[in-house]
Design a binder for this molecule. Structure first.
Ligand SMILES: NC(=O)c1ccc[n+]([C@@H]2O[C@H](COP(=O)([O-])OP(=O)(O)OC[C@H]3O[C@@H](n4cnc5c(N)ncnc54)[C@H](O)[C@@H]3O)[C@@H](O)[C@H]2O)c1
Ligand SMILES: O=C(O)[C@H](O)[C@H](O)COP(=O)(O)O
Length: 382
């Protein structure tokens, strides 16, 4: 079998080489002429899989090691009888930890106060649910907006669902919806001039897709008041980041919210398992490719109240991940770059190893475990 894969897919060679010849290329440079002799294409979000790319191909399987699918023409794949798999949920915990880490930083800067501010989670899918679990565990108040999910009959008594207007009355809005065109749930410029004018939120976090927010309207909103703050991991017209917007954003990162080692590796594993299923191959993942535990933390026996434990947990998260380091690297790289797009992609390609608190081991006394049973999502292996 001949396989073409994005070079930024971790473990791709180790996983797939037993099943065929693998050629690796930078995702943005994958072209139709590279596919004429391939049966399998493995991509990330930067490769548009459309009629132009598939014009010379006889592909049988396309895999995307991502949650988002907006770069894939799935209708076309279906028409052409090409199997497709992505990696739902692979980096959901990474994104949720990124959002908590950013809120923690905004709390430190006095922009976010969990005792006074509510967070609106927009989109209650894999990421939104993970984030909600962590907010519940931390005791930070939030509401949820996801009408397409409610339209399926979904219920969840642990959260409060609100309509869009009500969601935008929250002080903080965090976006976790797909970029999609289909009405009635189209999400391009879901936050635009009207939402920025009529909403009450003063802090906007976008970790889903750049075009979900009208970036020019956002820039004007940021100029209008120093109270208005934004955390952007994704950008309209990525990798061409607008320099004025970059300068005004509180925390800026190069589309890495999901780039924990776990998040990226899970993406490769999920695509590998779907590939094996499709071609009826054994899908065992060798033990030596499983990730080691990233860290062991101990909760002091003196931390008995919920707020003391929360502070400890946020401290552990800070030890594993500080979004301010990504922010600094991005500003340094982009403000000195001859070519912003190249610099943006290089930051992503050379992203340092980042591990999740979720896969750390946290030691705690039996009393804390009993009192904190509800913190399962923050304390996975007490
Ligand atoms: N920055 C990153 O690194 C990163 C990582 C992972 C995912 N993402 C993005 O985040 C998005 C969400 O991820 P997920 O895993 O939670 O996806 P998901 O598919 O599990 O959930 C998306 C949720 O959004 C809801 N939704 C769809 N349209 C909506 C609308 N118009 N209004 C309100 N809700 C709507 C859906 O009903 C669904 O529940 C992905 O599509 C991807 O684009 C970004
Ligand atoms: O949708 C996702 O899973 C992420 O946004 C995406 O995977 C980011 O990383 P990329 O595929 O661009 O490397």
């Amino acid at each position: 079998m001949r396989i073409l894969a994005d070079e930024n897919m971790p473990l791709v060679r180790e996983l797939f080489e037993a099943h065929g010849d693998i050629e690796l290329r930078p995702g943005r440079q994958i072209r139709a002429e590279h596919l004429h002799d391939k049966e399998v294409l493995l991509v990330r979000s930067v490769t548009r899989v459309d009629a132009e790319l598939l014009s010379e191909s006889a592909l049988k399987f396309v895999g995307s090691a991502t949650i988002g699918n907006d770069h894939i023409d799935r209708h076309l794949l279906q028409q052409r009888g090409i199997a497709f798999a992505n990696a739902p949920g692979c980096n959901a915990n990474a994104v949720a930890e990124y959002v908590i880490a950013c809120l923690d930083e905004m709390q430190r800067r006095g922009v976010f106060n969990p005792d006074q501010h509510a967070i609106a989670i927009i989109g209650y899918g894999n990421v939104g649910k993970r984030l909600a679990q962590k907010l519940l565990a931390l005791g930070w108040s939030f509401v949820v907006h996801d009408p397409p999910l409610l339209a399926t009959g979904f219920t969840d008594a642990s959260v409060r669902f609100v309509n869009k207007a009500e969601a935008l009355q929250a002080q903080v809005v965090s976006l976790h919806i797909p970029l999609q065109k289909q009405e009635p749930w189209s999400t391009r410029h879901w936050i635009g001039e009207a939402e920025l004018r009529d909403g009450k939120f003063h802090l906007l976090l976008n970790t889903c897709r750049g075009p979900v927010v009208d970036n020019q309207a956002l820039l004007q909103w940021l100029h209008a008041s120093s109270q208005h703050q934004a955390v952007l991991d994704v950008w309209e017209h990525e990798p061409n980041v607008d320099a004025d917007l970059l300068a005004k954003v509180a925390i800026a990162t190069p589309h890495i919210a999901g780039y924990s080692l776990e998040g990226k590796t899970n993406g490769s594993f999920a695509v590998y398992q779907a590939f094996c299923k499709h071609f009826a191959l054994s899908a065992d993942i060798p033990e030596h490719l499983q990730l080691p535990v990233p860290a062991r933390f101990a909760l002091p026996a003196t931390a008995v109240s919920a707020s003391q434990i929360n502070q400890q947990l946020l401290g552990f998260l800070r030890e594993l991940y500080l979004p301010t380091q990504d922010d600094r690297r991005m500003r340094e790289a982009l403000t000195t770059a001859d070519d912003v797009a190249v610099a943006f992609d290089l930051l992503r390609k050379q992203y340092p190893v980042r591990r999740e608190l979720y896969s750390a081991v946290i030691e705690a006394s039996a009393a804390i475990c009993a009192c904190y049973a509800n913190m399962a999502s923050m304390l996975p292996r007490v």
